[in-house]
Design a protein around this ligand. Structure first.
Ligand code: C2E
Ligand code: CA
Ligand code: CA
Length: 409
């Protein structure tokens, strides 16, 4: 591997050179951006170790240059300024499309740097960017307008997709989240993110939600044998503002009475818009016999007082903390703090967006009980949940049989 190191200060050079060469890599050093550009022009190295503070210049100028020139050169940031700056620099680079292989605090040079000199691991398939739901055409490319959305809702085009929520203790599916999908006239399926904002802006969110929940109730005979602990649905701010919570939820709670408990997910960005709204909604939700989850927790404005005051049952830790937990030290710290907070408040906690086994294992060892994400199952038809439950029961009974044999032996 050919490693280029840019730092205005030669103090670290000899240490780094020794460290890198001992691993069998080729090492080149430069002290200015100009010299760095010349070296890259002569031959693009495999990795750039980039100091963030370069006297009059800054490592961020190098990032701008790499992005402008579209040079595919992975970067490891070095900094003596601490984690905060490394974290921010990484976000800037990511936004510009520059690959950041890692962050190394100069104080922890050897322990942080050496693992990064190995070739990057090949990500498992689940960690690749999410695929869209298959359909005859790419539904995300279709421009939806209010009239088309209203027509689709009226035509029965709103469909539930079910995503499993599993116990991290034994991997068994213990709940599902219902996510809305829109079947377009050409048969393709549109994801929630592509039509919910329009539904909210036009007021069509109310008929959309009613249509969705009707479809879920109609599936109760298939839901019952799954013996799920809970079924979660999303409610938007509009429903809270219009005081529609009871109207929307009552039929669902009644319809699924002997199936599973209903959980209502309200996004945290909604929560503090008007505290009274949440207060009223939270009370109504509990009175109906449903439970309340704060969705996307950590991204919005729910004050800690809200958590203590309102009858909140569950925190769904936002996907951004999980996807960044191994990339940003700050994200990891905040994640662990959220878990500690939730535990102290006695709340059920679900991590969203778990895509890799490494994420799952760390969350479990940090004390988290539940998780959701592509690692366990993508949103899809109820049949996929049925298969998952059947497989989980089969492995549990095999385990029990093994236990009995074990005892008898
Ligand atoms: P959300 O409630 O946070 O739902 C999770 C979103 O993350 C879903 O996108 C889901 O497909 C996606 N997701 C799940 N696991 C993973 C993973 O491992 N990796 C990644 N990258 N993504 C994952 P979707 O279905 O497009 O929904 C987007 C948002 O739309 C939802 O975010 C929710 O806020 C809203 N939404 C969905 N259905 C409804 C609904 O019926 N009513 C309302 N008001 N909002 C809804
Ligand atoms: Ca949700
Ligand atoms: Ca969420």
């Amino acid at each position: 591997m050919h490693i280029l190191y840019l730092d205005d200060e030669p103090r670290m050079e000899s240490t780094l050179r020794r460290l890198v060469q001992r691993q069998g890599h080729r090492f080149e050093f430069c002290t200015s951006i100009k010299a760095c550009k010349t070296a890259v022009a002569a031959k693009v190295p495999d990795l750039l170790l980039l100091d963030l503070g370069l006297g009059q210049e800054s490592g961020l100028d190098v990032i701008e240059w790499l992005a402008d020139e579209q040079i595919a050169l992975p970067v490891v940031f070095l900094s003596g300024y601490g984690d905060d700056l490394l974290d921010t620099a990484q976000r800037i680079a990511k936004a510009r499309g520059v690959e950041i292989r890692g962050l190394v605090s100069k104080a922890l040079l050897a322990s942080d740097l050496l693992p990064l000199l190995d070739p990057p691991p090949v990500l498992p398939p689940a960690a690749q960017p999410p695929e869209r739901q298959p359909g005859p055409a790419d539904a995300s490319l279709i421009r939806l307008d209010a009239a088309m959305l209203a027509e689709r809702i009226a035509a029965g085009g709103v469909e539930p997709a079910f995503q499993p929520i599993v116990s991290l203790v034994d991997g068994s599916p213990c709940g599902v989240e219902v996510l809305a999908r829109l079947r377009l006239a050409d048969g393709s399926l549109m994801n929630a993110a592509d039509f919910i904002p329009l539904a909210e802006a036009t007021g069509l969110i109310t008929p959309m939600t009613k249509a969705l929940l009707r479809r879920v109730i109609a599936l109760k005979e298939r839901l019952r044998p799954l013996e799920l602990n809970f079924l979660a649905v999303n409610l938007s701010r509009v429903a809270l503002e219009r005081g529609e919570v009871s109207d929307l939820l009552q039929p669902l709670v009644t319809g699924l009475k002997d199936c599973c408990r209903v959980t209502v997910e309200v996004a945290e960005t909604t929560v503090c818009h008007d505290r009274r709204l949440l207060q009223t909604a939270a009370a109504q939700i509990q009175l109906l016999g449903a439970s309340l989850a704060i969705d996307d927790f950590g991204t919005g404005y729910a004050s800690l007082r809200d958590l203590a005051e309102f009858p909140v049952n569950t925190l769904k830790i936002d996907i951004s903390f999980v996807s960044e937990m191994f990339v940003s030290m700050k994200a990891m710290t905040v994640l662990l703090a959220i878990i500690g907070l939730g535990q102290r408040l006695g709340l059920k906690m679900i991590a969203e967006g778990v895509e890799t086994e490494a994420q799952r294992d760390l969350l479990f060892s940090a004390g988290l009980e539940f998780a959701q994400g592509y690692l366990f199952g993508r949103p899809g038809e109820l049949a996929a949940i049925e298969r998952l439950v059947a497989a989980s029961r089969l492995s549990a009974s095999a385990f029990d049989a093994f236990d009995v044999c074990d005892l008898q032996a």
